[in-house]
Write a protein that binds this ligand. Structure first.
Ligand SMILES: [Zn+2]
Length: 344
């Protein structure tokens, strides 16, 4: 398993450490950028380094001291991680079971009090919020005072792939640190070192849209197998061999957000292929032949509409409490082409 030092973070790490040495670390950092870039790992690495009693010259934790051991055990008294309270309950079908996906006002009040106390180890007090865009609006308001007048040696780390969902009042009081897609020449050697033999780093990275940690999750053969199952299922829906209502049951299994990201990726590729049948750049180059078969069935206009619908579906299913199964049934029923009933 990779550690938290990721090569594409080097530049941002160096900049932040320079500021730390100069005593100019902000009190609130907003770490943004798409999923799969390791923003959360970066935030934890920073927290660990700041709490460590003897960090190395680059600001990384020693891993040996008492503070490091406490951090490792998840019990450092000057560090807290805040996540949406019920979103992390693992259920068989978590999209349907999630009741609340917000960071609540009580959670915010609680850690604001924590930040106002003197650090037990005499250094920083750090709170990490992930994903910070799940801050309930009242919770965000109660955070403003702490952001306005941060207690000394306190640090708030807000991690999100969707900063626009945070109130502007919160965003404007944080220092923004934006993570961009790293260059492939940096990622490929790193990815190759993490992958088991037989998997191509470049194909996985392409399918992951360039996000290295997402690419790494595809090395899990179960996920890869699931993607293939969904490809087959989608094809059978389009040719009228599979009832979309039946298919929707499969689509909501596993990681629904990921399943929907695939759907978005395929439609992006279909549009590329429609505009240029020999398009050299595809997000799913391993599926080129399959996608070429699909593209012939739809007009460019339809493909754009389907892409929009897929994006909306992803947004709805990942941020609000909805009946994902029903929405998917509706979406997939539109793909039955010349088979309106969707059945055989
Ligand atoms: Zn240490």
């Amino acid at each position: 398993m990779h550690n938290e030092r990721l090569p594409w973070h080097d530049e941002q790490w160096r900049q932040l450490q320079q500021r730390r040495v100069a005593g100019g670390l902000p009190h609130a950092l907003l770490l943004t950028g798409q999923v799969g870039l390791g923003k959360g790992l970066f935030a934890r690495r920073l927290a660990r380094g700041l709490l460590c009693a003897s960090p190395d010259s680059e600001g990384d934790a020693c891993g040996q001291c008492q503070a490091c051991r406490l951090f490792q055990a998840g019990s450092h008294p000057d560090y807290r991680e805040i996540c949406p309270e019920e979103a992390y309950k693992n259920t068989e079908n978590d999209s349907l079971e999630k009741k609340s996906k917000v960071i609540k006002i009580d959670q915010v009040r609680d850690f604001c009090v924590f930040l106002s106390y003197t650090a037990q180890h005499g250094g920083y007090k750090i709170v990490l919020l992930e994903p910070a865009d799940r801050l309930h609006v009242n919770a965000a308001n109660s955070l403003l005072k702490t952001l306005e007048e941060p207690p000394g040696d306190s640090l708030l780390l807000l991690v999100t792939s969707q900063p626009a969902r945070l109130p502007a009042t919160v965003r404007s009081r944080c220092q923004m640190m934006r993570f961009k897609l790293p260059p492939t020449e940096v990622v490929i050697p790193w990815l190759a070192a993490q992958l088991p033999d037989g998997l191509s780093p470049s194909v996985l990275l392409e399918v992951a849209g360039g996000a290295p940690l997402t690419a790494l999750t595809y090395a899990d053969t179960e996920r890869w197998r699931r993607r293939q199952l969904l490809v087959d299922s989608y094809e059978r829906i389009m040719t009228g061999q599979l009832d979309p209502i039946q298919a929707a049951e499969n689509w909501i299994k596993g990681d629904l957000a990921e399943n929907l990201r695939w759907l978005i990726g395929w439609h992006t590729d279909l549009i590329r292929l429609k505009m240029n049948p020999d398009s050299p750049r595809l997000g799913n180059s391993d599926l080129r032949l399959v996608l070429q078969g699909w593209v012939a069935r739809k007009s460019l206009r339809t493909l754009f509409e389907r892409l929009d619908a897929a994006i909306q579906l992803h947004a709805l299913c990942t941020t609000t409490q909805v009946n994902a199964q029903l929405l998917l049934e509706v979406f997939l029923s539109d793909d039955t082409g010349g088979h309106p009933s969707g059945a055989l």
